[in-house]
Write a protein of this length. Structure first.
Length: 160
């Protein structure tokens, strides 16, 4: 572990844990399972990074920084979810914070697929409404043009 002290900062484990807990958000384009796997992978590195516990700054109360456990990762994944998902979790699971990692991953995947299908339905409804209004109203976009402005200046009312 001594060689890591020459490559990483003395508090690399603490910085990584702080980043995991407070610095990340789940990208919309990333599947929940992949996101949780990446959080677990980064958390796993904490055990191998140098921490304050091994530095000259350590005191008698300094504790060794440990990786996140599966229940901690599950709870953290729920905290990173949108507020509507958290409400749905509370309504479905009434036990508070999740303890099983697979349970929260399946829940997140279900919420994401439901969200995608609802946005697709909304887009389809908007498309149908726009098509119906354009068919019923004729060419309304072109009806806003002024009449009689097709002079030699290309429709401009300014004099040359």
């Amino acid at each position: 572990m001594f060689w890591m002290r020459s490559v990483f900062q003395e508090d690399a484990a603490e910085v990584t844990l702080e980043y995991l807990l407070y610095g990340i958000k789940k990208p919309r384009s990333l599947a929940p399972r992949k996101f949780v796997r990446r959080v677990k992978q980064l958390s796993g590195y904490i055990d191998y990074l140098p921490g304050v516990y091994y530095s000259s700054q350590a005191t008698s109360q300094t504790t060794k920084t440990r990786r996140l456990t599966d229940p901690q990762v599950a709870q953290h994944a729920l905290r990173l979810c949108p507020p509507a998902w958290k409400t749905a979790w509370k309504m479905l699971k009434k036990e508070g914070m999740p303890q099983d990692l697979e349970d929260i991953i399946q829940f997140m995947e279900l919420q994401e697929s439901a969200e995608k299908s609802s946005t697709e339905k909304a887009k389809a409804q908007n498309f149908c409404q726009n098509n119906n209004s354009s068919q019923n109203g004729g060419n309304q976009a072109g009806s806003n043009k002024r009449k009689g402005n097709s002079g030699q200046n290309g429709g401009s009312s300014k004099k040359a």
